[in-house]
Design a protein around this ligand. Structure first.
Ligand SMILES: Nc1nc2c(ncn2[C@@H]2O[C@H](COP(=O)(O)OP(=O)(O)OP(=O)(O)O)[C@@H](O)[C@H]2O)c(=O)[nH]1
Ligand SMILES: [Mg+2]
Length: 418
């Protein structure tokens, strides 16, 4: 049930009503004087927890009209007016009032968390300075607060400082990234769709991989397809690569066309399918996913991720593509490719997303040259780069007093777990 409003001649009587209707453990949200008497809004603790999780459906329920309350032990709040038996019936709390209450609660929770996390951070700096330094390193390397907390927790009790500490963090990172051998992906054959947002390097990655596939499987075992038909020059880009490599390329209109082309290419072991880069929140992304799944139900999806994308955008891209795949009842993301490692000032955000979403890393692209700038995942290199981001001056570095707010959730959880 949602918050309920009680009005009585004074606080004591209003609290009696609260105890009767909501229970002895009711939480009083507000009290105020109104022309009709003292008004109290209260809620049961379980209902508050549900509300906080967004499960309640406003507007709130109206409790049964209050009747004269029997005498109950006086509440700790002192009455502000003489006890009088003429209680007003309680009324419903409006949606606006409830929104206001919930936002006040969120604010109080945030204040408490910040206060607590400042204390935990202070304790950590004095009693566990090496862990505090580790937290500074990973947050400044662009990792999310959640993964930063996990990495620091995974450290040995005395990880040291400086390079020794960084080496420990690198080792933990290496263990957390999952890698997939390209041979296990391509040797089995099939249709591989390269998906991802605009400009991340899908077409370039396909050209680099196609050149490698030709060497391993032969020219006659490979073909290229593209859904990128509406942008001027997009087909041209793939056509040029296909011509250099010496493999056929075809554009796709719709799912029937895809199914028909796959049938006619049935003798080829590997089909690399380039997709049009689309904003992950654009309806065309879902349409494209649907078209691919209908035309090629056994399609394997390879997500191309640029290491220059920021953490939140990267997260959004992964969530939206995973959702699109599930909506089509297709398989999840088979493998991921990280591109533009040569440009990125930090690799923390892209690795963070790969780790948290357990995406298997297949290739790294570290430049524009086709086919040279592609290599298999080299974890020691990646984790070294991640823990040693490009130094860009103190303006780009998190100050110590910014850390508690950033880590408020994690630090207050640590405090509670102790
Ligand atoms: N520095 C650098 N540039 C890259 C890398 N991979 C691709 N690029 C460049 O990024 C730009 C976009 O590459 P594309 O392969 O066209 O990207 P795409 O994902 O196919 O783009 P859309 O089809 O428009 O969505 C080009 O200028 C590429 O040369 C890389 O690893 N490093
Ligand atoms: Mg492209």
């Amino acid at each position: 049930m949602n918050p309920q409003k009680f009005v009585a001649a004074n606080v004591t009587e209003a609290l009696k009503l609260v105890t009767q209707k909501v229970g002895g453990d009711a939480i009083v949200l507000t009290t105020r004087d109104t022309p009709d008497g003292v008004e109290i809004i209260a809620i049961a603790p379980g209902d508050l927890a549900q509300l906080a999780q967004g499960q309640a459906t406003p507007p709130v329920a109206t409790p049964a009209p209050a009747t004269q309350a029997p005498a109950v032990p006086a509440h700790s709040m002192a009455p502000t007016q003489p006890i009088a038996p003429d209680f007003k019936p309680s009324t419903a709390v409006s949606v606006a009032e409830m929104d206001h209450l919930l936002s006040e609660f969120a604010h109080v929770k945030q204040l408490l968390q910040t206060h607590l996390s400042e204390k935990v951070w202070g304790d950590m700096q004095s009693h566990h300075p090496q862990q505090a330094e580790a937290l500074r390193v990973v947050l400044n390397a662009g990792f999310s607060p959640a993964l930063s907390a996990e990495l620091v927790k995974a450290l040995p009790p005395a990880p040291g400082t400086g390079q020794a500490l960084r080496q420990h963090l690198q080792t933990i990172l290496e263990q957390r990234v999952s890698v997939i051998d390209p041979l296990t992906v391509f040797d089995a054959g099939g249709v591989f769709a390269f998906i991802g947002p605009t400009g991340v390097g899908k077409t370039t990655a396909i050209a680099k991989i196609a050149a490698r596939c030709v060497l391993r499987y032969g020219r006659d075992q490979l073909a290229l397809l593209t859904t990128d038909t509406f942008r001027i020059g997009a087909q041209e880009q793939l056509n040029v690569y296909a011509k250099i490599i010496g493999v056929p390329v075809a554009s796709l209109r719709d799912s029937d066309d895809l199914a028909a082309k796959l049938k006619s290419m049935g003798d080829r072991r590997i089909i690399l399918l380039d997709t049009a880069g689309v904003n992950q929140r654009d309806a065309r992304m879902l349409e494209q996913a649907q078209m691919l799944q209908q035309g090629a139900p056994a399609l394997k999806r390879i997500l191309v991720m640029s290491s220059t994308t920021d953490l939140r955008t990267q997260e959004d891209v992964i969530l939206m593509h995973q959702e699109a795949g599930l909506a089509q009842q297709g398989e999840g993301i088979r493998a991921a490719i990280i591109t533009k490692t040569d440009e990125a000032a930090q690799l923390g955000p892209v690795l963070d997303c790969m780790i948290r979403h357990r995406l298997p890393l297949m290739f790294l692209a570290n430049g524009q040259r086709v086919p040279e700038d592609l290599s298999q995942a080299n974890l020691p290199y990646l984790s070294h780069r991640a823990i040693h981001p490009r130094a860009l001056g103190s303006q780009m570095t998190l100050a110590d007093n910014q850390l508690p707010a950033l880590m408020a959730d994690q630090l207050s959880q640590w405090a509670l777990a102790r």
